[in-house]
Design a protein around this ligand. Structure first.
Ligand code: AMP
Ligand code: MG
Length: 345
């Protein structure tokens, strides 16, 4: 509790604090102070057009930062808050453009983590926070990852141990909803998922009806609606390739490629699962988890990507995870890490 109070004091003084959430570690600042939000961009080396998510601890906190709250927001909050869902709204006047990357919309989430909720309440109710990594590195899922990237650049890292989910929140855009003069809500288009996550499009659709996917997600050349999705995030230093196909074919092909690399004097890393890890022959073989426990795959993905960097692999091959329920979210991150380099076998 003392730690939380220290952290809250730093935030209230306009400083930065890294803190755990259930998705990944966040790098927080007072969301309503432009100069505080600006420090986040400097510490991360984050492009200034990449907006931050405001973290709140009560649904009612929305009223101050959102122009008007569409009915879907209440339904989705009842179903998924606190939890790994971020909603985009038209912003109110008090939200500075430094927090929204210059946009008139604002992203808001209520994290499902006791330390995060206590910190938000203790520090005034509104913490702007992106993931607490250096821009372009995998998001941190342990306090040690935050320290690797940001030690010496921020005054405090709250250590909450390993996060529960391991990939960033699902983002749904509700800014397409507007209110007419007679108080009726109309939709300019259907709400879109801007970033896939643990909460799937199907789960959202069960609560609010039709939900689409931002076309920018599937097409690497299209312009994604979440500014952050256009950057080549989560990129390991080595060249990374996803090998897709039947399990036996994937294993055979990766082993062949590893053998070729070895003959050239190059080191190979393999990202696989508990079910297959014994069948590879390569320099570095890392399992992200078991296909029978999908959560474990998301939870360990970023730590494995970070480890591959430190091991010094020249090439990394990953199995394909699209068959999983959270496969859409995992594949979205892996495809970015691999610069969309996929080999079909
Ligand atoms: P991070 O918290 O590091 O995962 O980054 C926040 C993500 O939310 C980035 O991909 C941003 O582009 C996205 N985001 C934040 N605010 C908005 C907004 N107003 N409209 C669309 N995307 C947003
Ligand atoms: Mg991030």
């Amino acid at each position: 509790m003392l730690q939380i109070r220290n952290a809250a004091d730093i935030l209230k003084g306009g400083g930065l604090v890294a803190f755990p959430t259930e998705t990944v570690y966040g790098l927080g600042a007072d969301a309503l102070r432009p100069e505080a939000a600006k420090k986040i961009y400097a510490a991360k080396g984050r492009p200034s057009d990449n907006p931050l998510i405001i973290h709140i601890a009560e649904f009612e906190a929305l009223f101050r930062i959102v122009k008007e709250i569409p009915p879907q927001a209440r339904l989705l909050a009842d179903a998924f808050w606190p939890g790994p869902l971020t909603m985009i709204f038209q912003k109110s006047e008090i939200v500075p453009y430094e927090t929204t990357g210059g946009l008139d919309t604002v992203a808001v989430r209520m994290p499902d983590h006791p330390a995060a909720l206590a910190l938000i309440r203790e520090s005034g109710g509104y913490i702007a926070a992106p993931s607490a990594n250096t821009s372009g590195r995998p998001s941190p899922t342990l306090a040690e990852h935050v320290a690797e990237d940001l030690d010496g650049r921020i005054p405090l890292i709250l250590d909450g141990g390993a996060v529960g989910i391991g990939i960033e929140s699902t983002i749904i855009d509700l800014s397409c909803m507007s209110k007419t003069a007679d108080g009726e809500w109309i939709a300019d288009e259907i709400p879109l998922v801007l970033r896939p996550g643990y909460i799937t499009r199907e789960m959202l659709a069960e609560v609010i009806g039709t939900v689409g996917d931002d076309p920018g997600l599937a097409d690497e050349n299209a312009h994604p609606k979440a500014p952050g999705m256009k950057y080549r995030h989560y990129a390991p230093k080595a060249e990374m390739i996803i090998v897709s196909g039947e399990r036996e074919d994937v294993i055979r092909r990766i082993n062949e490629l590893a053998e070729e690399n070895c003959q050239r004097g190059e080191k190979t890393g393999v990202i696989c699962t508990e079910e297959t890890k014994e069948q590879y022959r390569a320099d570095f073989i890392r399992s992200t988890g078991s296909r029978s426990d999908e959560g474990s795959i998301a939870r360990h993905l970023y730590a494995v990507l970070r480890e591959m960097d430190t091991l010094g692999a020249d090439r990394i091959y990953s199995e394909n995870f699209s068959a999983l329920r959270i496969g859409n979210a995992v594949m979205n991150r892996l495809l970015k890490a691999a610069g969309h380099h996929v080999v079909e076998v």
